[in-house]
Write a protein that binds this ligand. Structure first.
Ligand code: NAD
Ligand code: IPM
Ligand code: MN
Length: 321
């Protein structure tokens, strides 16, 4: 029996997670919640408590709401998320937006580099990549591109950064193993512009951690907003972390108006990638699409509450499963 570990976190995290939990009940999956993020700092003084990490390791899939907010020291809750991803070695973060798929390197680069403060008050963050860190995520992107339009755009800043030149060299070399995939390279600044001007040109895009963080919010904005954008973070095994691209949305937390689509689509990605139950994944996606049409939340032009959206999802899901 597959088991989900749910980490609701902070802000709208618990609000959208509640709808995912109802779907898990209807589908008949075991699920349990654990402390994470700011909520865990408040309860036990640690954003990623040992008990949560142990449970996550033993799960078939981890569902995550969102962490952080103005209540906590900047970066404290977010550190729990970065540590969870690193501990579970989920290096490939799949972020679909519309027809586009961004594959973001998730546990290297600037967010994990050496950082500190010097006596003169200078602070620094460093960006490092090993060839293997680049190769393993690029390999995943090539494999995915093979199942789609066989086109891959690799995004870097090779005109300025050493890590960008390494990125381009490793991806180019790996490309020789995938002669059936058309590989192109782009510089992140112009790709950001093209993503807004001409998003239809893209199919699969692979990039490093920070660029992927930014470009995935851009892509979410182009394709309907953060309320819709899901993600799957995968490593070499079947265990994955599934979470919306959005954060804890302190500006709307507590109003009951958060769009649970990103969370529910992330759950669909878990059904697909960690559990391999493709029919259930398709059924959930279809139920979410139906709810977007019949009970849209304010961010997508409607008036439904989070719960009403969830009700709409459950009623069409109950018809199909
Ligand atoms: P955010 O993604 O939380 O919100 C950006 C905007 O999008 C807000 O106006 C918000 O109301 C809206 N929005 C986001 N999700 C929505 C949804 N499901 N339905 C409707 N509207 C939605 O970004 P932010 O405000 O810059 O960050 C807030 C906090 O979240 C910060 O502490 C940040 O570090 C954290 N954060 C966490 C994660 C994560 O846990 N994975 C991701 C991003 C940001
Ligand atoms: C995301 C978030 C996180 C990231 C933060 C909160 C650590 O922005 O998942 O996109 O940068 O990866
Ligand atoms: Mn982000």
């Amino acid at each position: 029996m597959s088991r989900f570990v749910c980490l609701p976190g902070d802000g709208i995290g618990p609000e959208v997670m509640a709808e995912a939990a109802r779907v898990l009940d209807v589908l008949g999956y075991e699920h349990e919640e654990f402390l994470f993020g700011g909520a865990a700092i408040d309860a036990v003084g640690d954003a990623l408590p040992e008990e949560t990490l142990v449970a996550a390791r033993e799960a078939d899939a981890v569902l995550l709401g969102a962490v952080g907010g103005p209540k906590w020291k900047p970066g404290a809750a977010e550190k729990g998320l970065l540590d969870l991803r690193a501990e579970l070695a989920v290096y490939a973060n799949l972020r679909p937006a519309g027809h586009l798929l961004i594959v973001r390197e998730l546990i290297g680069g600037l967010y994990f580099g050496w950082r500190g403060t010097r006596d003169d008050g200078t602070v620094f963050d460093t960006c490092e990549y090993t060839p293997n860190q680049v190769a393993r995520v690029a390999k995943r992107a090539f494999e995915i591109a093979r199942t789609r339009q066989r086109k891959l755009l690799s995004v870097d800043k090779a005109n300025v950064m050493e890590t960008g030149r390494l990125w381009r060299r490793v991806v180019t070399e790996l490309g020789h193993e995938y002669p059936d995939v058309e590989l192109k390279h782009g510089l992140v600044d112009s790709v950001a512009m093209w993503l807004v001007m001409n998003p239809d040109e893209f199919d699969v895009l692979v990039t490093e951690n920070t660029f992927g963080d930014i470009l995935s919010d851009v892509a979410a904005g182009v394709f309907g907003g953060l309320g819709l954008a899901a993600s799957a973070s995968l490593g070499d095994g079947t265990l994955g972390v599934y979470e919306p691209v959005h954060g804890s949305a302190p500006d709307i937390a507590g109003t009951g108006s958060a769009n649970p689509t990103a969370m529910l689509r992330s759950l669909a990605m878990a059904l697909e990638h960690s559990l391999g139950v493709h029919d259930e994944a398709r059924a959930l996606e279809a139920a979410v699409d139906a709810a977007l049409a019949s009970a849209p939340t304010p961010d997508v032009g409607g008036t439904a509450t989070t719960r009403e959206f969830g009700d709409a999802v459950l009623s069409s899901l109950r018809v199909t499963v």
